[in-house]
Design a protein around this ligand. Sequence first.
Ligand SMILES: [Zn+2]
Length: 80
Amino acid sequence: MSQPIRMCINCRGRIEQHSLIRLQCIDGEVRPFRQNSGRSFYICHNCLEDKKIMRKIMKICPKAKFQREDLLKLVEETMS
Ligand SMILES: [Zn+2]
């Protein structure tokens, strides 16, 4: 059985959807993906350690006041 493949916004690696972190930008804030509306994007686990990841996220969600700690918190939420 083949899994859906999605692309990480940072490394552009094509990875199985279930092993990516899916976030979205709603009302200028970065949130875990919860609903089917709005733009969502994917980050792979390797890229969480990448310094460029914050810049990539800010490009998608420019108004967000979003720090690295917030990203790690979101990832925890997404995983639980
Ligand atoms: Zn990646």
